[in-house]
Design a protein around this ligand. Structure first.
Ligand code: GH3
Ligand code: MG
Ligand code: MG
Ligand code: MG
Length: 337
């Protein structure tokens, strides 16, 4: 395997042939094999793919740049190269005559990392080249590590989001599960309570609890698989019937579902419940063993409260449950508030 230093590519931009020759020889003696030499700023721009599209554009690890070029001067050339995003970390060593020290400041301002005065000392040249390449290598390594870390973080975040999604979802019906409902109930209660604080018109939180009628008979007669399928269809209908973004359908357990309706009054919730009742009945899922209807139906209980300092959540679900129980005892397939 090749030593790291040998696979480094070096671009020399200088119009003087003897300088080109000398630099190339010294670098090759040191073991750098991939050396590209060019005469002018414009030809360098072409090689780097800066002045126009170049399918074979090079990406050198180091540039040695003459301060005086026949076209654009070295300082402007330096700025043009470093202004390209993918080249912003390329180390550029300026080549200057000994009388040009005054220009050095400009060269460093333009982003050059080092300079060598002509005529140059070979040991000095090699040392500066090596140290610039070493620095570049370290920057590259750091950037690669940062990019890898970022990617790992993104994968982790996606994974966590998927876990959260799974832990919030009921596996059979794909609506929210009980855990997710409990969490959202508290969140919405607190949120509306904050909004109601010192507000003139108080917002209401409503709840619909519903249960499939005579579902035991459905299971006993059509089988558990058909029962599961029926629950899936009911869940889908409930979801499709709700149209406000904050509404949440959850499976409360067994054949019972619960719907959270933020900023919804008792009257509004009652009409939502009535719409749901009708939508389930209108699916006309055959149920020959129900004493209520020839089709699958649901019974619904509705409860509302105004979240503020005077109420707690404790009895909220209970009161929806009581209303639902009343819907059961007064004939099923109905809404009770
Ligand atoms: P009611 O009208 O009073 O609600 O009567 P019901 O028969 O629906 O109520 P009951 O509580 O006696 O029976 C509920 C049935 O729901 C019994 C249970 O096996 C069934 N069940 C609960 N969860 C599931 C499920 O995930 N899949 C299936 N297929 N059945 C379920
Ligand atoms: Mg020159
Ligand atoms: Mg039940
Ligand atoms: Mg039931």
């Amino acid at each position: 395997m090749k030593k790291e230093s040998l696979i480094m590519q070096i671009l020399i931009i200088d119009d003087d042939e003897s300088t080109q020759f000398l630099l190339r020889n010294l670098l090759e003696l040191e073991g750098y094999e991939d050396i590209i030499v060019t005469n002018s700023s414009e030809s360098a721009m072409e090689l780097l793919g800066i002045s126009g599209f170049n399918n074979d554009a090079i990406e050198p690890n180091l540039i040695i740049l003459d301060l005086h070029l026949p076209d654009l001067d070295g300082i402007q050339t330096c700025m043009r190269i470093l202004g390209v995003e993918k080249f912003q970390d390329i180390p550029i060593i300026m080549l200057t005559g000994s009388s040009e020290k005054a220009s050095l400041r400009k060269a460093f301002d333009a982003g050059a990392v080092d300079y060598i005065t002509k005529p140059f000392d070979s040991i000095e040249l090699i040392s500066r080249v090596r140290s610039a390449l070493k620095l570049k290598h370290e920057v590259d390594l750091r950037k690669t590590r940062e990019a890898e870390l970022l990617e790992t973080n993104q994968i982790l975040e996606e994974f966590v989001a998927r876990l959260k999604q799974a832990s919030d979802t009921d596996g059979l019906t794909l609506v929210a599960n009980r855990r997710c409902f409990d969490e959202n109930l508290i969140k919405e209660f607190q949120r509306i309570k904050r909004m109601n604080f010192q507000a003139e018109a108080k917002l209401t939180l409503s709840l619909i609890l519903l249960d499939v009628d005579h579902f035991k008979k459905y299971n006993d007669n059509y089988g558990h698989v058909e029962g599961d399928y029926c629950l899936q269809r009911v869940a889908r209908t409930l979801t499709e019937e709700l149209n406000r973004p904050g509404d949440l359908v959850a499976r409360y357990g067994g054949e019972e579902f619960v719907i959270l309706l933020p900023n919804t009054t008792l009257e509004e919730a009652r009409s939502v419940a009535e719409r749901l009742r009708k939508a389930v009945e209108d699916m006309q899922i055959k149920h020959a063993f129900s004493s209520t209807s020839p089709h699958v139906t649901i019974s619904l209980g509705v409860a509302s409260l105004i979240p503020d300092d005077n109420v707690t959540l404790n009895l909220f679900v209970d009161s929806a449950d009581k209303a639902m129980y009343q819907a059961k005892t007064t004939g099923r397939n109905r809404v009770v508030t």
